[in-house]
Design a protein around this ligand. Structure first.
Ligand code: SAH
Length: 272
């Protein structure tokens, strides 16, 4: 059953990739009757728009994510710009993709499900640990008031910051550092956070993240051994937390003071 599902997922990825490449191929060869390259670019954009709509319908709405705000955010962020150009044609496929430095942009469904688990209404200050490409931060920025996203790889942090600026996302700050300590460097503007999302797998829940949650705040984090983690949601009330297990997942390692030691590697394909 598992291998049939895996085969179906792999087939879907290959077919999506071929269709996107064909669309791109024809888009680039359409008659340049009117506006030349502008026309070509808008044809490619139309192809990406329709791939994105299909992604939302088939991979997200068809599963268990029903929040209209989350679906809308997923339909809006141009995921193909957050992966390196050689992966643009696969950007809307049902899988994580490499973003360099051995890291990945999470599978679209995972991005949506984690955003959904944070129950954002629009007024929140959100902390993301593991900014990577900046894609998840872009999605969160459409669901909350402000996003601070911490990334430990300085080169990824710089690239994400530049891209988000170029795309006009104004309520996101990308910071470089060890997010297992949370983010408190520029208080009073930083902690506490109404929601904290960790997008790398942790051996256990880093205590600073719990400390930096506001009253009623939610922490969503993959926790467990490297082979497979549990997506855990913690809610803080009156200084105490309740813990709930959402579903199994597999992420790249959260490396840092309250995470895995440097050099930690996870085997096999990551889902996140
Ligand atoms: N959310 C990202 C993908 C996450 S991949 C996106 O939308 O593209 C996980 C990321 O966590 C990687 O970029 C990795 O470098 C980063 N990471 C790992 N340990 C970290 C730590 N202690 N602090 C901050 N980022 C960390």
């Amino acid at each position: 059953m598992r291998s049939r599902l895996a085969l179906a997922a792999a087939l879907r990825t290959v077919i999506t990739s071929i269709v996107m490449k064909l669309i791109d191929f024809f888009a680039q060869r359409l008659p340049e009757a009117s506006s030349g390259t502008g026309n070509r670019r808008s044809n490619a954009n139309l192809a990406f728009d329709s791939a994105r709509r299909a992604m939302v319908e088939r991979q997200i709405r068809a599963r268990d994510v029903r929040s209209p705000r989350v679906l809308e955010a997923m339909a809006s962020v141009p995921r193909h710009l957050f992966v390196s150009p050689e992966y643009a044609a696969e950007a809307y496929s049902d899988s994580p993709l490499p973003i360099g430095f051995g890291q990945t942009i999470s599978q679209p469904y995972m991005v949506a499900a984690m955003a959904d688990a944070l129950s954002l209404e629009g007024h929140e200050k959100v902390l993301e640990i593991g900014a990577g490409s900046g894609y998840q931060a872009a999605v969160l920025s459409l669901l909350a008031r402000e996003v601070i996203a911490v990334e430990s790889q300085p080169a990824l942090a710089v690239a994400a910051r530049e891209l988000l600026l170029r795309l006009g996302y104004q309520n996101i700050r990308i910071e470089s550092g060890d997010g297992t300590e949370g983010w408190t460097l520029d208080s009073p503007n930083a902690a506490p956070y109404d929601a904290i999302l960790v997008t790398a797998g942790a051996p256990s829940i880093p205590p600073p993240l719990v400390a930096q949650l506001s009253e009623g705040g939610r922490l969503v984090i993959p926790v467990g051994p490297s082979a497979q983690q549990d997506l855990v949601r913690l809610v803080k009330h009156d200084g105490r937390t309740t813990r709930e297990s959402l579903f199994a997942c597999r992420f790249v390692p959260l490396v840092g003071r309250y995470g895995w030691p440097a050099g930690a590697q996870m085997q096999g394909p990551n889902r996140g």
